[in-house]
Structure formats: structure tokens, C-alpha cells
Design a protein around this ligand. Sequence first.
Ligand code: FES
Length: 81
Amino acid sequence: MSALRDTQPEELPPGTAGEQPAVVLCPGGPMLLRGHHVIEDEDGTRHETVRPVSAVCRCGKSASKPWCDGTHKLLPRKLRP
Ligand code: FES
């Protein structure tokens, strides 16, 4: 029987290489949120993330706000976030 090895990466301080950021701003596209979050829209309605990674619309044109539906890809570059 082989011995078990601890394969967990060493603990790194927040913001250092190797750590997955919780928020990623995609150039010209959505904001990606990793993990569980609650988004409050302009009407005060709260939306919970249900996926490991969720895309929040930043262009304002999505038909399924607050989530990105890919509409930003149809916009001229100067109108993308
Ligand atoms: S950012 Fe993707 S639809 Fe708005």
C-alpha cells in the first residue's frame, strides 16, 4: 500500500499568483463572479448566483439582466464595456 501525500498547494496570501480571483472583468464583456454571490439590480431585486462561475452583464443590453446573454458581442467595439 502506498503512502498518501498531501497534494494541496501551499497557502498563498490573497492576490498572489496561483489564487483564482473572485471577480474578473472581461475586456469588452461581462464581469465573471466565482462562487456564491447576491447581485442587487437597479430596482433592488436580488439575484443569487447558482453556477460555479456567473457572468454579469456590463454592457446594459442583455435580455436576461443582470446576467450576460452574449449580446455584447453584437455591439460595435466603442459601445462595449
Ligand atoms: S456584457 Fe454580455 S450581454 Fe452585456
